[in-house]
Structures are given as structure tokens and as C-alpha cells.
Write a protein that binds this ligand. Sequence first.
Ligand SMILES: [Zn+2]
Length: 233
Amino acid sequence: MRDAPIFGRSVSTEGSVCTAYATELGDDDVGLVRLFADGYPARSRLQRLTLRRAASRYAAHGWPVIPGACLAGMRFTCGLGCQTVSVHPAMEPWEAHATTDVALVAAIWRRRPFSVLLATGVAFDVLDVPAYIGAGAARAVRGPVAVTPTGRWMFLVRPGAELRPELALHHDVVLHGRHSWIPAPPVRTPLGRVRWSVAPQATEWRLPEPARVQEALLGTSLGSLSRGGARLA
Ligand SMILES: [Zn+2]
């Protein structure tokens, strides 16, 4: 996730969790409970099926999905030697693994409970804002809105627009376009799930005009702050 202040920095950890995780390779057994050194993932099959179903649905609607690192205990890992504990693509270069091929998605998620990431800048862009801006605007726009457990609100919009200067001024407002991605519901993190505040099916998978959403964001407390700042200046 380029430039996103959401999921933390890459932090080095010792390799013990990754080593335990590596034993999951080839896991596709039904009814066999596998436990790793970190206690994960006794429920991996259900988790994997849930993630696979979501990834397939996104792909079927033309939204490019990317396999993300698996949640293992309190961190994400993409395998042996993984240095990044926050959610990240499981394969590099990740853009080469973005796909809308439903059969390929099914095959990928048959292997592991990969997190579901969505590539931005192709089917849609994402306006990624903090709760004090996003919560007030979510119902005003007719488009999908996802929320992370850390309180980031992600507005899916038609791709290609620039960020308006009033929004670009705010370091906690991020526009994800080409070469970026977001974690998608129902990805689990150590703090909880990414969820839809407005699900794509509620808007029949239609995406709003970015200008309209940016207007709505500016109409919230951010707009008040901006106008207040302008008066003070
Ligand atoms: Zn990794």
C-alpha cells in the first residue's frame, strides 16, 4: 500500500513464526486440524473459503484481486524470511499477480488463506480518509465504502481523477490510484476485520464520480476545518 499511513511500517521480527507458517504448504485437507507454533490456524479452512468466496466475487465483477500475506497470530506473513508484519502482497511483483480471472482466483485461494487485496487505479480508485472525515460522508455518496479496524474509511470511486487541492493538503487523506492497493473485506487483521460500511452490492457494484465523493468529504468536518483554517489564515 503505497503512501498509506494505515497499516504500519515493515518491522523485522525473528523467523520463528514464518518457520511455523511454512508447514502450512499444501494444506487442503478437510477435517484435519492443523496447529502451528503460534496457534494459527485451527480454523484456516473456513477462513480460506470465506476469503476465496470474497476474492472470486470481486474478480467476477472485474475488480483485480491480489493474494495478500496470511494472518498468522498477531502478524501477517508471506512465508519464510518475511520481514513485513503488516498486511502486504504475498507475491512480488504484486502487479503481475493482480487478476480478474475467477478460475485463477479459485486456484490461488485453494492453497492458503491469503488476505484479499484489491489493486486500485484500474477498475476504481480509492479515497482513503480518517474516520472524522469518512464517517459523515459515507451515506452521502452512492458508492461502496470499506472501513478498517484502525478507523480508515475507503471510498471506491471511478478511476482517473486527481485529488482536489483542499484534500491534498491533508496528510491523512490518500488517493490510491495506479500502482497501489487496499485490503478488502472480509480480511482479518490482529485488530479485527475490514468491513463494508456500504457494500458494493448495495449500489449494484456501481461506482460514483470521484468529484462527487470529494465534494462530500469536503462537506464533513474536514470542510469545516479547512474553512476554519482559511479564516484563521
Ligand atoms: Zn512477506
